[in-house]
Design a protein around this ligand. Sequence first.
Ligand code: CMC
Length: 428
Amino acid sequence: MSNIAEININGNTYSLPIIEGSEKETAIDISKLRGQSGAITIDPGFKNTGSTKSAITFLDGERGILRYRGYPIEQLANKSSFLEVAYLLITGELPSAEELTEFQKKVSRHTLVHEDFKKILDGFPSTSHPMGVLSSLVTALTAFYPHSTDPARSWAQVNLSIVRIIAKMPTFAAWAYKNKVGQPIMYPRNDLDYCSNFLYMMFGLPSTEYHADPVIADAIDKLLILHADHEQNCSASTVRIVGSSQASLYASLSAGINALWGPLHGGANQAVIEMLEGIRADGGNVQKWMNKAKDKNDPFRLMGFGHRVYKNFDPRAKIIKRAADDVLGALGVVDPVLDIAKGLEEVALQDDYFIERKLYPNVDFYSGIIYRALGIPTEMFTVMFALGRLPGWIAQWKEMRENKEPIGRPRQVYIGATEREYVSIDKR
Ligand code: CMC
């Protein structure tokens, strides 16, 4: 294959280098095109635009493949642990037994947050969505550790800041929930594993003893692994672009949390359950809602269906669907919403509209059902996604800074008014 692409603009031909990735993906490097020809490329929503070269996650949406640092998601979900996957994503390699123990120890040592965070938390009314509280608390970390996230000063400090945020996110997440339900916050317990400690801070109360159910802690660990990275999605791109201005790690991660919140991205897991409950309350007529989703005059979309990059089954959805059955079985939970979800999936997979557009269930279609079975309240679903996605965001931010990527600054095609004279207000 020639490693040059040619483009003809108004009779002039320009040569553009072709880049090939390690999985044989092909990209045309247009970075010099404007300088040569005056033309830019346009691609709203970056549907066909690569923003970076990355060595973190490989995804093939046509073949339903997802790998972190080369390791298939199925193997990681079944055999690894969330902290091991976090280590893998952030450092590039699986840890040795000693490295993992050391990493786990460090994380459990930093779970406590400064007492002043309680004052910040107190300022949020109980109507606050936990995602807003979470992003605010993560931004507030910049005030407590002002210089520790600047690689220009010290990568050693940055690496400590990375451990800090991985350790403190469950504390922030659980406290955001406690604030919402008006219960006293629980301090972290460093003798517990990552997910059991989170569950303890979420559901524990000072007056009663709480022991996390290992079935629940294991299921959460698996869900966090499945969400840990997904290459250049909306929130990861946000983290990279905010970080490209050399904003701090914590500021960039907070921006990522806000990007994730939207219902077209991580907020879909909450939206799916609300949709399924709505269908149930409406009598459970799945076909009626399918028709609404297909009607271009109706803004309703089937939440949890479709994906920008998966044009085949989302491999994460397959694992989660199986896990949902296992978890519900193990906990003896019967959820009528699961039957509606299965019915909806069955109808959608045979419907021409969904087949033509290659719309399959995505990761969020079944994750909400598991979270519900595990006792996680609906408004916390997207927070759970954020907990899982954290190492991915960190890895993306770190890679961007290590590679000294330039500030993200797209161009535009201006379509507004051409130059015109200002008219004073009395003459308008
Ligand atoms: N229900 C009905 N129609 C849909 C849906 C849906 N869920 N998703 C896409 N379509 C249609 C869309 O109307 C369009 O039809 P047409 O070609 O006739 O105009 C076509 O399918 C292509 O959709 P698109 O909006 O151009 O695709 P996109 O890549 O811009 O959007 C998406 C991807 C995920 C935002 C979209 O599929 C969607 O809104 N899904 C529902 C929300 C959701 O589940 N989001 C979670 C994504 S997975 C978690 C994550 O990683 O963020």
